[in-house]
Ligand binder design. Structure first.
Ligand code: SF4
Ligand code: MG
Length: 322
């Protein structure tokens, strides 16, 4: 296996200012020192509650948000040191799919114009070639080429997300960062879009980072899953290990909150209690200690680091200290 993306000690701190003088009083550590890699052709799920830093992480990978510190190495190139014009070339290979396709599609543009735009931005093809690519791509994502002259409001939510996916695919990217791509859709439509994403991955050899707020959505599509809590990665491993044998108490709590479709199946449901602390003022030590049922004395003072507990299975928790 070949690594396509490597993230090293990535941080995003937003300054907090206060008082009449607007002096800086601290930082919101939206993303606080996370490292992970993504192999070519795989899907990495990135999961956590809102405010855990997963979307900020996704945007930093494309430098839509500038990292405060850390490295992002994509396809052998270190992105954080690239000029804006070199970065623009990289964006041809790294595309995003957003949660709300309606908000991310210009309502005054036809589908044809929306899908043609990334080709124009990257100087791909002449007008005739671009229009042909648009029509082909509409078919690829399960729409019809005669939809090209329509506007976003003339489509259903699921169809609009297909347009968002088509737009992301126009430049033939290597990596797609999908930020909650099915969260706004009805459950019945979600699986159709997930199936489409899997088919496209196989067809085009795509690599995905799939961001979601619940573990249920990413279960089948992800090869590996990372769990974030208050700006930190607390566990990362293969899907099968994560769902069968979660190590971190936060992951265990999240899994307890995944709806179980079959009411006859008995599982030990660990429900997550207590409020999510403010990212502006996270608890000392282990950030999860205020909600953790297994909390020990050391957890209140010492921050656990992400360590390999079992082969390929990393967790940041004092329970597993050797
Ligand atoms: Fe719970 Fe302590 Fe592990 Fe944090 S380090 S998850 S508080 S047991
Ligand atoms: Mg896959």
């Amino acid at each position: 296996t070949e690594v396509l993306l490597e993230v090293e000690k990535l941080k995003k701190y937003f300054p907090i200012t206060g008082g009449v003088l607007g002096k800086k009083t601290g930082d919101v550590k939206a993303v606080d020192d996370i490292s992970f890699f993504v192999n070519k052709g795989e899907t990495l799920g990135l999961v956590g509650e809102s405010g855990c830093g997963k979307s900020t992480t996704g945007r930093m990978l494309m430098r839509l948000i500038e990292p405060t510190e850390g490295k992002v190495v994509f396809d052998g190139k270190e992105l954080t040191s690239l000029s804006e014009s070199d970065m623009r070339k990289i964006r041809k290979d790294v595309q995003m799919v957003f949660q709300d396709p309606f908000a991310s599609l210009n309502p005054r543009h036809t589908v044809e114009k929306i899908l043609e735009e990334p080709l124009i931005v990257h100087g791909i093809g002449n007008k005739q070639e671009r229009r042909r690519k648009v029509r082909e791509m509409l078919e690829v994502v399960g729409l019809s080429s005669y939809h090209a002259k329509r506007y976003p409001h003339q489509f259903s939510g699921g169809q609009r997300q297909r347009i968002g996916i088509a737009r992301a695919l126009m430049t033939k990217p290597k990596l797609i960062i999908a930020d909650e791509p099915v969260s706004a859709l009805d459950v019945s439509i979600q699986s159709q879009v997930l199936n489409l994403l899997e088919d496209l991955q196989n067809e085009f050899g795509l690599t995905y980072i799939f961001i979601a707020h619940d573990l249920g959505v990413v279960k089948h599509i992800s090869d590996r899953v990372g769990v974030m809590y208050l700006g930190r990665l607390v566990e990362i491993t293969t899907s099968s290990q994560l769902y069968e044998k979660p190590l971190h108490p936060y992951t265990q709590a999240l899994l307890g909150a995944v709806p179980i479709p079959d009411p006859t199946v008995k599982v030990n449901r660990e429900i997550l209690t207590g409020d999510l602390p403010s990212p502006a003022n996270p608890p000392k030590g282990c950030a999860f200690h205020t909600r953790c049922k297994a909390c020990m004395e050391i957890c209140q003072t010492d921050r656990p680091v992400l360590e390999e507990i079992e082969p390929g299975h990393y967790a940041a928790c004092h329970l597993y200290k050797k």
